[in-house]
Design a binder for this molecule. Structure first.
Ligand code: GLN
Length: 454
């Protein structure tokens, strides 16, 4: 009731929820009470969560914040949310996001932008909550849920977490099932959580994770006791500092924050080592070839026949065209056009194949660092604190918006786990985050090191 009241009081301002499932929340909570009374409480019994609108929830609003999925209510539940309900969690509603998870500011949503609960000191300017999981991050930061599911294809968990002072974990590709998660770029998409602490984030991820025969890329591995890893400490760990992440023009406050993070880890017994990830500078351009390519293919299914919106025309081709023209927003159309172009026969080798080769090189850079004894890598999470809603520069130049993902996309390209943890504030008092990158399926080290920094 307290969380539902917070949503009622705050959602008009923040626009974090696109659907509030109060009745379902109350009946799930009553079922939790009954299980607690019988001594059968699950690990997340009664914990009220928000669910990103990208996860299929049976009979409940699932539109990926797109007009083209108007009225779509799935017949089935995603594996990740089913796992959470199995463990006793309670659903409060569906959370706003960038349309089809394409964006870094939650401004491409059909439902309008999410507003960050944080403001700069003495400023009334509305700031973005980051994207694409902006609704998840804002709702957690504003106490409108205890934790939220989110997804990360190129930074969409870690960047909004950094902008809102929350903890965001993107686990190793394959850790969480993608079954029932609306696809953006299937080889990069991964579910994870946004929470208020590293411990909460470990508890949530443990519940969400696990092998699922319904996702062919799901990893058949036991889920470690993530919560037990949180207080493990960093004594004896080697933390890598990649020199290529020291970008030209990086604000001094980000540099200072990064140094501070390294000092904290050192004080707890970690060794700091300079490393090189030489192909870093190619990650962003390669990501913005691979992800639109996969998106253009995945989004071909929205044709007015199967799901959501249908705009009738004089014949079926006309209906397809009118539906897609009206149903997709500008950014989604841009991605579909870029993706179709890079996959077309004449350009396939020059763009798509080349981007896939770059991806292999990026993966190898990380492998070399880890093989040489590095346990985890520390970097900034974002190049700046949260920026203003309707920022003119970003609106005028999509590449400026894409630059937000410069520190986060490498992790998705290599399929590695990454965690964003709040680490400090900028001069205006806005939250800033650091990112830890881990070895495949070693989320435990990220929780341990993240706990030292948060
Ligand atoms: N900002 C990136 C994009 O627009 C990442 C999105 C994501 O991780 N879903 O593609």
């Amino acid at each position: 009731d307290a969380y539902l009241a917070a949503i009622e009081a705050g959602n008009d301002k923040l626009n974090a929820y696109v659907a509030i499932t109060a009745d379902a929340a109350r009946s799930m909570a009553r079922a939790s009470d009954a299980r607690i009374a019988q001594g059968e409480a699950g690990p997340l019994e009664g914990v009220p969560l928000g669910i990103k609108d990208l996860f299929a929830t049976k009979g409940v609003h699932t539109q990926a914040a797109s007009h083209i999925l108007d009225g779509f209510k799935p017949e089935y539940e995603s594996t990740v949310t089913a796992n959470l309900w199995r463990d006793g969690a309670v659903m409060l509603g569906k959370l706003n996001m960038d349309e089809f998870a394409m964006g870094s500011s939650n401004e491409t949503s059909y439902y309008g932008p999410v507003v960050n609960p944080w403001r700069g000191e003495g400023s009334s300017k509305a700031l973005v909550a980051g994207g694409s999981s902006g609704g998840s991050a804002a709702a957690v930061a504003a106490w409108m849920c205890a934790g939220a599911t989110a997804t990360d294809t190129g930074g969409s968990i870690r960047q909004p977490a950094a902008f809102t002072g929350t903890v965001g974990i993107k686990p190793t590709y394959g850790r969480c099932s993608r079954w029932g998660v609306v696809a953006y770029a299937s080889s990069l998409d991964q579910a994870g959580s946004i929470a208020r602490s590293v411990e909460d984030s470990a508890l949530m991820l443990a519940s969400m994770s696990g092998f699922d025969a319904k996702d062919s890329t799901s990893a058949d591995l036991a889920v470690p006791d993530f919560a037990a890893a949180v207080e493990r400490g960093v004594k004896g760990l080697v933390i890598g500092v990649p020199r290529e992440y020291r970008m030209d023009g990086m604000p001094a406050e980000i540099e200072t924050l990064w140094q501070q993070g390294l000092e904290w880890l050192k004080a707890e017994g970690a060794t700091i080592r300079d490393i090189s990830l030489p192909h870093t500078k190619y990650a962003l351009p390669a990501y913005y070839v691979v992800s639109p390519a996969e998106a253009s293919s995945n989004l071909a299914r929205y044709d007015g026949v199967r799901y959501g919106l249908r705009v009738t025309g004089k014949d079926i081709t006309d209906m397809y065209e009118l539906t897609r023209a009206e149903g997709f927003g500008r950014e989604v159309k841009r991605r579909v056009m870029i993706g179709t172009y890079v996959l077309s026969a004449g350009y396939y080798d020059a763009y798509y194949v080349r981007a896939q080769k770059v991806r292999t090189l990026i993966k190898r850079d990380f492998e070399e660092a880890f093989n040489a004894g590095v346990d985890a890598i520390l970097t900034p999470a974002t190049p700046s604190a949260a920026f203003g809603v309707a920022d003119q520069d970003m609106a005028a130049d999509p590449v400026k918006m894409y630059l937000n993902d410069v520190f986060t996309v490498t992790v998705n390209m290599a399929g590695l786990p990454g965690i964003g943890v709040p680490a400090g504030k900028d001069a205006q008092g806005l939250p800033l985050g650091l990112q830890l990158i881990g070895k495949p399926f070693d989320e435990e080290t990220l929780f341990a090191a993240g706990r030292v920094i948060e």
